[in-house]
Design a protein around this ligand. Structure first.
Ligand code: CA
Length: 511
């Protein structure tokens, strides 16, 4: 009898112990932070007020900076949409992840950080823009735009099935993100949610709410709006991305917009009809015409950013109300920077500062000092390893970045990188920006347009707007030699194959 009792006691103790173990592991899992990755397309720091924008206000993004860390020097490795996304997913440069330019097909069988988080017990989801052609892999749930996707009434692919939505895409994507958080989330596991907007990508169609915002103001022009590239080199002069000559009537809203419902079209006609009539009446020419195009283009861009910021506010508010905010790392970034009229341009692609730099804001309660700022050289190559370290997952040896977690804790390692490598491949193609690679340090930038065998050197301290190529200046000869050596070292470190620029062929239609 005693033996039976003892066995019963041991059994019940075992059951209690197992329950305890399960509970401890569940709590440990729950304590790993959630990760909300808020990602936009073509949003530059010049249009984000936490970075000192002179042209707009972004209060909800600013809130992330105020409650977290702002990275001053976060650069992309290849300033174009799809490639940036592939670098972020894999933690590898374009030549290794295989997605070197838009139009490639992402190999979804390869290692990505969402897959590694999922294996480690995270619930993973992506909503919004994907833009990598192949179907998303590594996600418990996905609902993504098809290709670039439209600004209004987007069809989307939800876990393999096409779904038609009505409404403004920035709002729709936010509704989907909130729906997932409210109804699909598994409370027993931490989550990764990639909440990725199309906005403010070309052709900058604002939502109904913002169609006339900024109508009564004049947006300040950048100092380099009328730069002709003559201080830089042939590549900068031969491109096709000027506000003066390359914006289409569709971009400028002088042509009817496609894909709108009757109601949406009426709102557009009310907003743009009188403005367009006044423009035609004015018959502007020369610099006056460029100035008009600049205002039209930048205002539409800012209206798209406004919708993103307001929608981010909705998501942050939900995190607060649901109690998720305390244990959720919120990261805000964009796939690259952008020219908002600097050098007379729109678009990205170049290794010049405006397109090389991307915003990065990270809020991580109880870890990141609120209102802090980091000036180290950081990169979208670092994101994958950062997310893995946040989740306590060891990074694979073949990832090429460095985790930003020490920086987030205010402890930059002594041996942190002192240069970043860049490589752009999409030529010949829309905008005709030559292939180039280069190296940037905290002060200098050396660029090689290898199809032209043309070199450019900028002293960013003396010439922050990059208007004077000093490559041939004898005063910089030692600097050129040292930077070429560093470039060779980086190309070896990252296993970059020798690359020749393809011959110019038939031009593609706008991507
Ligand atoms: Ca982009």
């Amino acid at each position: 009898m005693n033996g039976y009792r003892t066995k019963c006691r041991i059994l019940s103790l075992l059951v209690i112990f197992c329950n305890l173990l399960w509970e401890v592991s569940r709590l440990a899992a729950a304590e790993r932070p959630n990760i909300l990755f808020v990602f936009t397309d073509d949003h530059c720091t010049q249009a984000l007020s936490a970075y000192g924008s002179k042209i707009n206000r972004t209060p909800h993004m600013d809130r992330l900076a105020r409650e977290g860390m702002l990275f001053r020097n976060c650069f992309v490795t290849n300033s174009i949409c799809g490639p940036s996304r592939a670098v972020i997913l894999t933690g590898k440069h374009s030549h290794l992840n295989g997605f070197v330019h838009n139009g490639n097909n992402f190999d979804g069988a390869q290692q990505t950080f969402p897959k590694l988080l999922r294996q480690a017990g995270y619930q993973t989801a992506i909503v919004g823009k994907w833009h990598l052609r192949s179907a998303p892999t590594g996600f418990d749930h996905y609902e993504v735009l098809i290709g670039q996707g439209p600004y209004y009434n987007p069809p989307m692919i939800r876990n393999g099935q096409r779904v038609q939505h009505t409404g403004y895409t920035t709002d729709v994507i936010t509704d989907l993100a909130l729906d997932w958080l409210k109804t699909e989330r598994d409370n027993s596991r931490p989550f990764l949610l990639m909440y990725q907007h199309k906005a403010p990508h070309r052709n900058w169609q604002p939502g109904a709410k913002h169609l006339t915002k900024y109508d009564d103001v004049t947006i300040p022009e950048p100092a380099t709006l009328f730069d002709d590239g003559s201080g830089r080199g042939r590549a900068a002069q031969e491109q096709e991305m000027t506000i003066a000559r390359h914006l289409s009537p569709h971009d400028l809203k002088l042509a009817p917009q496609r894909g709108l419902t009757v109601e949406q079209r009426e709102a557009w006609d009310r907003a743009y009809g009188p403005k367009n009539a006044a423009f035609r009446e004015a018959k502007l020419e020369g610099q006056d015409l460029v100035r008009w195009k600049y205002q039209r283009y930048v205002k539409d861009y800012l209206r798209c950013v406004d919708a993103v910021d307001e929608n981010l506010g909705r998501v942050l508010s939900y995190l607060d109300k649901s109690g998720l905010a305390d244990n959720t790392v919120v990261v805000y970034s964009s796939d690259q920077g952008w020219f908002l009229g600097e050098h007379g341009w729109y678009d990205k692609r170049w290794m010049y500062e405006e397109s090389l730099r991307t915003p990065l804001l990270v809020r991580w309660p109880a870890v990141v000092q609120p209102g802090s700022e980091n000036r180290d050289l950081t990169s979208n190559l670092d994101f994958a390893q950062t997310f893995l370290e946040i989740a306590g997952v060891p990074p694979p040896a073949d990832m090429q970045g460095d985790s930003l977690v020490p920086l987030l804790k205010g402890q930059t390692p002594d041996d942190w990188r002192t240069s970043v490598y860049y490589h752009y491949y999409e030529y010949p193609a829309v905008h005709m920006v030559r292939r180039h690679y280069g190296v940037r340090t905290d002060r200098y930038k050396l660029i090689h347009f290898y199809g032209l065998d043309a070199w450019e050197l900028y002293d960013l301290k003396q010439d922050p707007d990059e208007l004077r190529n000093v490559y041939a200046d004898p005063a910089y000869a030692d600097k050129v030699a040292a930077l070429k050596e560093e470039l060779t070292r980086l190309r070896q470190l990252y296993q970059v194959p020798d690359d020749r620029e393809p011959q110019r062929q038939r031009r593609k239609k706008a991507a």
